[in-house]
Design a protein around this ligand. Structure first.
Ligand code: SF4
Length: 245
């Protein structure tokens, strides 16, 4: 299946790729956005071209205010729907009642529990009945970049994952954002490499590992690591000259 899909979209521009896949998978195709830079490019292409793909996001309840701002700007610019998935309220209430509001700082087990409740379970619901899952993952930013492909069979969710901007450089992404006046998260102008939950994400300094921006209080052995932020890469995040207001 994956090889067949690869052949069908080979050498096509991203807009055509998404149109072909939307036609093929009809209402069983979905794009998950967390309003990152790559995500915003895909959102722009889907919405501007009226491509029939469900766009959804996971609201963990712990997102940055800047993320809600870019979410709001995106809705206003495109006048399209983004489906929100929230955590199961009983699970959150139980966890917070028993362990407090920031239990994830206390142990990797607690952190995993919080991620499971706030992210994994809602994602399971979002991907129910979906056969093709589109993501904004880019190889440049991924810790496991060598294992990534445009199409991947995902056994966990029993579907195929499609990563259309996998090989896009940050320059490509920024160029698309500027040219098309796509709203983006202001945190990228403040040293953030990727943006997740507010209590678990911070800006990364030159020379630090990309993973230093996530769950930094945990020991290295407990986290994946390996990619370092080069000076060049960090400076490329300076996109302030584009008016994002
Ligand atoms: S990233 Fe942090 S706040 Fe968000 S779900 Fe995971 S542990 Fe919880």
């Amino acid at each position: 299946m994956v090889n067949q899909l690869k052949n069908e979209i080979k050498d096509k521009p991203i807009t055509d790729q998404l149109k072909i896949l939307a036609e093929k998978f009809k209402n069983r195709i979905a794009f998950s956005t967390s309003f990152g830079l790559g995500d915003q490019v895909i959102t722009d292409i889907i919405f501007s071209n009226n491509i029939p793909v469900k766009v959804f996001t996971l609201d963990t309840g712990r997102l940055f205010e800047d993320t809600y701002k870019v979410w709001d700007k995106t809705l206003k610019k495109y006048k399209k729907k983004i489906i929100p998935f929230f955590p199961n309220k009983e699970d959150v209430e139980k966890m917070v009642f028993e362990k407090g509001i920031n239990s994830f700082y206390e142990s990797p087990e607690n952190r995993n529990e919080c991620c499971r409740i706030r992210k994994v379970e809602p994602l399971n619901r979002a991907l129910k009945d979906i056969d093709l899952w589109i993501t904004g993952i880019r190889a440049e930013q991924s810790v496991t970049r060598t294992e990534l492909n445009f199409f991947e069979e995902n056994k966990t969710y029993n579907l195929i994952k499609f990563n259309p901007v996998l090989k896009w450089s940050l320059d490509d992404i920024i160029k698309h954002i500027k040219t098309n006046e796509v709203p983006y998260n202001d945190l990228y102008n403040k040293g953030f490499i990727s943006v997740g939950c507010a209590p678990c994400t911070r800006a990364v300094k030159l020379g630090e590992e990309i993973r230093a921006g996530r769950w930094w209080w945990e020991s290295k052995e407990k986290k994946e690591c390996g990619i370092h932020v080069s000076q060049n890469e960090n400076l490329k995040f300076e996109i302030k000259n584009y008016d994002n207001s």
